[in-house]
Design a protein around this ligand. Structure first.
Ligand code: SF4
Length: 353
């Protein structure tokens, strides 16, 4: 598949030869930008998020969120429905991208004003077409539903193309994985705009991960999809970590950690699940590619995980730490976390140098 056009969303390139970027959406109303919000947003960035979107339900929301533009390295996307004045205000405030559905903005002159302002300011516009807003979409075949979704996106694009505006990302959203696959694949054959992929309303954690993985993997493997959001009815952190895991396993992104975790069985001598949870934050924010193993027993632990850069396994009242199958330390279980984090830090320095 040929490369898409590239657009620049703040500091993050989307499309062309840029790596697939990860997005999430903030899941609460924001009353003010305080240190808690800044820390939480930047923590998502440390975990792998590249771009974050905020709902802008009214003009006041733009003013409220504007200070965040200078408090995070992540580009901000403003999500706008119905009122073109909110879009104009977000562009003026410096939001790096806005997401609109031209169909619900109304008269074309309003959309034209948005296009003119965005072109002037260098703001990218994501044009969304959502299957949920198409009439009778549930009663036809996946093929005809995907055709209807593409046609809706193309109708939305007409005005932008007439005005020569090209800083566009397109999304064709459905909660059906087949419709998502067919529509994005066909759209890419017809157009070179970067595509924002996601299965919309994918549900709670486990169904959303399964559905999104099935729905997006084939497209991503075929080189379709320049930015993704895994939609989960849970915290944005899970969206980011799932997207990172998906891209890492598809070898489309580096800078991630591969965790080999034993499921536990009757031989378990170590609380692997509790240990993983206790070091989750350190592992998820590690900026280097590493394979880490957390195993329950010494019978199978070091052997099954011998390719791990760092491993830990239970061994009676002790834990064994190993690198590439070679035991490097023995520690009491009570000092397991401290020893593990020391070795992790040592590896981080080795991999970074
Ligand atoms: S590593 Fe040991 S404890 Fe874990 S599943 Fe394998 S045999 Fe069981």
């Amino acid at each position: 598949m040929s490369l898409s056009r590239k657009v620049q969303v703040g500091s993050v390139p989307v499309g062309g030869d840029a790596p697939v970027s990860i997005q999430t959406m903030w899941d609460r109303q924001v009353d003010r930008v305080d240190q808690d919000l800044v820390s939480a947003v930047n923590n998502l960035h440390a975990k792998g998020c590249d771009i974050i979107r905020f709902a802008l339900p009214n003009i006041r929301a733009v003013d409220t969120l504007a200070p965040l533009l200078n408090s995070t390295p992540m580009p901000l996307v403003g999500d706008i429905h119905f009122d073109y004045k909110i879009a104009l205000k977000a562009i003026e405030a410096g939001f790096h991208k806005i997401r609109i559905n031209p169909g619900n903005i109304g008269e074309s002159w309003k959309v034209e004003e948005i296009i003119t302002a965005a072109a002037h300011k260098g703001t990218v516009i994501r044009i969304g077409a959502n299957e949920g807003s198409l009439a009778d979409s549930d009663h036809s075949s996946p093929e005809s539903r995907s055709t209807a979704l593409i046609e809706a996106a193309e109708r939305n694009l007409e005005l932008f193309e007439k005005k020569g505006f090209k800083d566009i990302v397109v999304s064709l959203k459905s909660s059906d994985i087949e419709v998502t696959y067919l529509s994005n694949k066909e759209f890419r054959k017809r157009h070179d705009y970067p595509l924002h992929l996601g299965i919309t309303e994918a549900g709670p954690l486990i169904p959303a991960i399964v559905k999104s993985t099935i729905g997006l993997s084939d497209l991503l493997r075929e080189g379709i999809g320049e930015t993704i959001r895994i939609s989960i009815s849970d915290s944005p952190e899970y969206e980011v970590l799932t997207a990172k895991e998906l891209l890492f396993n598809l070898k489309l992104r580096s800078g991630g950690i591969r965790i080999i975790g034993c499921p536990k069985c009757g031989r378990t001598q170590f609380d692997t699940h509790g240990f993983l949870e206790s070091v989750r934050e350190e592992l998820n924010t590690l900026p280097v590619d590493l394979t880490v193993a957390v195993m329950g027993c010494s019978v199978n632990g070091p052997g099954e995980a011998k390719h791990a850069d760092l491993g830990i396994t239970g061994n009676g009242k002790q834990v064994l730490l190993f690198r590439r199958g070679e035991i490097i330390r023995r520690e009491d279980i009570c000092s397991a976390k401290e020893a593990f984090l020391e070795e992790l830090d040592q590896l981080r320095r080795e991999f970074s140098s």
